[in-house]
Design a protein around this ligand. Structure first.
Ligand SMILES: CCCCCCCCCC(=O)SCCNC(=O)CCNC(=O)[C@H](O)C(C)(C)COP(=O)(O)OP(=O)(O)OC[C@H]1O[C@@H](n2cnc3c(N)ncnc32)[C@H](O)[C@@H]1OP(=O)(O)O
Length: 194
């Protein structure tokens, strides 16, 4: 069979994830990796404005407030928006490994409806690493970190170099990002072997 292995179960010889020694301290706000990001960008008016913090171990937490613009059914969050919130939270794990990685696969379970106005408390952790593959899980709870689980995800991220974005992104945004010293700083922070 050709094509990628799509299993979200880490292989038997996967290694335990290790928090990078220079990872942000537990509780520290990670900040946005790109200010126009739909998930976390402060300059993205249509975005989710997710704020993610480093957690203990190789974990992060985030809070997403479901707004009127995030509806699918009347008064309820759209499933795709919730998947985005999970994806973005899982993306924040890059800061703890100090590895740039993109989503290869994301599986989402929708456990209960999420009304507009809800504060969704998200938590994600890396569960295993195998070569360039980073396995993670995430949950979203209603109203607080111990609230009822509304959504769950399992994901496989694949490590990439900064070139992944330079080679594939639209020229206009790449040029703008490359001329922004803050953006260069973010990219450098992840480049363990520049
Ligand atoms: C600065 C931080 C930036 C963080 C951004 C966070 C934003 C939130 C997260 C996102 O939404 S990222 C955007 C959505 N994702 C993408 O746009 C990724 C699009 N896909 C790709 O670019 C490529 O398919 C990918 C980089 C994922 C893989 O291509 P490669 O050619 O680099 O990988 P390769 O085919 O060599 O596979 C490497 C390993 O990963 C496995 N793999 C690759 N794609 C997979 C997949 N889709 N599902 C499962 N496994 C996959 C593959 O089987 C293989 O496993 P083995 O090492 O065991 O052989």
């Amino acid at each position: 069979m050709s094509g990628p292995t799509t299993s979200l179960t880490p292989p038997a010889d996967a290694r335990r994830p290790v928090r990078h020694p220079d990872a942000p301290a537990p509780g520290e706000l990670l900040g946005s990796h790109y200010d126009r990001c739909f998930g976390c960008g402060g300059e993205q008016p249509h975005g989710l404005h997710l704020e993610t913090r480093a957690g203990e171990g190789v974990g992060v937490t985030a809070v997403f407030t479901v707004k009127e613009a995030h509806q699918g059914a009347p008064g309820l969050a759209h499933g795709g928006v919730l998947a985005t919130a999970l994806d973005e939270t899982l993306g924040g794990l890059s800061w703890l490994l100090r590895t740039i990685a993109v989503t290869g696969r994301l599986e989402t379970d929708y456990v209960r409806p999420v009304p507009v106005g809800t504060e969704l408390h998200l938590a994600a952790e890396v569960t295993a690493v195998h070569g360039r593959k980073i396995y993670g899980t995430a949950t979203g709870r209603i109203g607080g970190p111990d609230g009822p689980v509304a959504v769950r995800a399992a994901a496989l991220f694949v490590e990439v170099k900064v070139d992944h974005f330079i080679e594939n992104g639209r020229d206009e945004e790449i040029r703008s990002a490359m001329s922004d010293p803050d953006q260069i700083k973010v990219a450098r922070a992840f480049e363990v072997n520049p």
